[in-house]
Design a protein around this ligand. Structure first.
Ligand SMILES: Nc1nc2c(ncn2[C@@H]2O[C@H](COP(=O)(O)OP(=O)(O)OP(=O)(O)O)[C@@H](O)[C@H]2O)c(=O)[nH]1
Ligand SMILES: [Mg+2]
Length: 435
């Protein structure tokens, strides 16, 4: 039969996000300060699932000497390659950071994408970033990470679901050179500085109000507590890094003083350094706080590691000397009272709560109030009776511990936060001028 030859178009089915099969690879290094190996691999699995990968196999190797070309040894590389072929894996995810060269060598061997924990965390952050600030911060960290890995990463970046800003630069991987990325990094850094300035101004306007910040491991229940204490409506989800932006609200219920509470990004082991650096303006809420609520999920068997990681990051932020309260959340999930008791004995200063059923919240509120009151300095003033009407205004700026009604004046025994004295003086001055 004559006529036109029939054209066959083969359509390849693109893997759906949830179908992306991943091989996980962990390396155990000897050393006391390394987090327990099995736990970090469990965590890698949760991270992978959060980023819509399906882990199909996990391989690990104990190493004393690192192979500079591939991180893992030659035999293990072959084992991973066999697993990749067997499962037709889309990606291999390493729990430890890979150098750009190692990354390249492994991709050439496995003939599939190879990423590490840092990149996986960045993918999750990119997916969850909602505000201009979070998007800019994540984009900056991603570009810094991608720059030395340009030939491979750029394609992945521009293909990301909901890729941020990067897509604007185009899918044309080949045309994009390092200079373009450097320019973009400079531009984003400049934008972040501007955001930083705006936030500084906002912080200044909050003046002498007592500031409490929630910090802690991701998924510990920080946003749930925020919503409980302030009536805010921060997104709560049973997944890692649900919150990336900071939210600040007044604590309304059952509080004698104005207190501001801020909720912010959660922490995890081996957070990429560039990410912490990029999240400076979000984490500045933590730097600026008068009190930190260090929140941990007590039902997580790795709670001790959560505490260590949180303290480590707080040290990096140089806020280790800020007042803090250790809060164990999710006590409703612990059925055996002995387990709870053992944890409390190990950390006797901790306050145990359940955001779910409200247990312990009153004690926590009381502890916050006590921390606040410890910071107040006593001051005594005499006010003529004609100015008595300003007393409610004064109460807004501190505690009136005692009131003596003398013959010619009222004596107020005040306890004031930093800056409170100036505020009370300003109120009295205005009252005299209006007289
Ligand atoms: N059983 C129980 N679950 C809780 C409690 N508090 C929070 N959760 C659940 O824990 C999960 C995580 O809560 P979030 O408040 O989003 O945690 P987060 O610390 O803000 O997490 P990130 O923003 O991802 O860092 C959600 O599914 C909550 O419903 C609690 O006291 N008990
Ligand atoms: Mg949250």
């Amino acid at each position: 039969m004559g006529g036109k030859p029939k054209t066959t178009i083969t359509r390849y089915k693109q893997p759906q996000p949830q179908e992306r099969k991943a091989i996980l690879v962990g390396v155990e290094f000897p050393g006391n300060d390394a987090p327990p190996f099995a736990e970090t691999l469990d965590e890698l699995e949760s991270l992978a699932a959060t980023a819509y990968y399906t882990p199909v196999a996990t391989l690990s190797q104990r190493l004393t000497v690192v192979n500079p070309k591939t991180l893992i040894g030659k035999g293990k590389v072959e084992e991973v390659l066999r697993a990749v072929r067997h499962h037709s894996a889309d990606v291999v995810i390493f729990d430890d950071n890979l150098s750009p060269a190692q990354n390249r060598n492994l991709e050439n061997t496995f003939k599939c994408r190879v990423i590490d924990r840092s990149w996986l965390i960045l993918e999750i952050f990119r997916d969850h970033a909602r505000t201009r600030e979070a998007k800019t911060q994540v984009e900056l960290a991603s570009l810094k990470y991608a720059l030395p890995r340009l030939t491979r990463m750029w394609g992945h970046l521009s293909r990301q679901r909901g890729g941020i800003g990067l897509r604007d630069v185009g899918e044309t991987q080949i045309q994009l050179d390092r200079r373009l990325i450097r320019d973009q990094i400079t531009k984003l850094a400049r934008q972040l500085k501007q955001i930083d300035r705006e936030k500084k101004t906002q912080r200044k306007s909050r003046g002498g109000v007592y500031k409490v910040a929630l910090v802690g491991y991701t998924n510990a229940g920080k946003s749930t507590l925020m919503n409980r204490l302030t009536g805010a409506r921060v997104l709560i989800e049973n997944k890692l890094f649900a919150t990336l932006d900071s939210t600040i609200r007044k604590i309304k219920k059952n509080f004698p003083y104005p207190v501001l509470l801020s909720d912010t990004v959660g922490l995890i082991d081996k957070l990429p350094h560039d990410l912490i650096a990029s999240f400076k303006s979000t984490l500045d809420e933590v730097r600026d706080a008068d009190l930190l609520l260090k929140m941990m999920d007590i039902s997580d068997p790795n709670v001790e590691r959560q505490i260590q990681t949180t303290n480590k990051v707080l040290n990096e932020l140089e806020v280790e000397n800020t007042d803090s309260i250790l809060v164990f959340n999710k006590i409703d999930r612990i059925e055996d009272p002995e387990i709870l008791e053992a944890q409390v004995q190990r950390n006797p200063e901790a306050i145990c709560i359940s955001c779910q059923d409200g247990k312990g919240l009153d004690r926590l509120r009381q502890a916050i109030v006590e921390c606040y009151e410890n910071k107040l300095t006593p001051w005594r003033i005499n006010i003529n009776y004609e100015y008595a009407k300003v007393i409610p205004q004064i109460r807004k700026h501190g505690v009136i511990a005692k009131t003596d009604y003398e013959e010619k004046f009222i004596r107020l025994h005040l306890r004031l936060p930093p800056g409170g004295k100036e505020k009370v003086n300003a109120i009295l001055k205005l009252a005299r001028e209006q007289q």
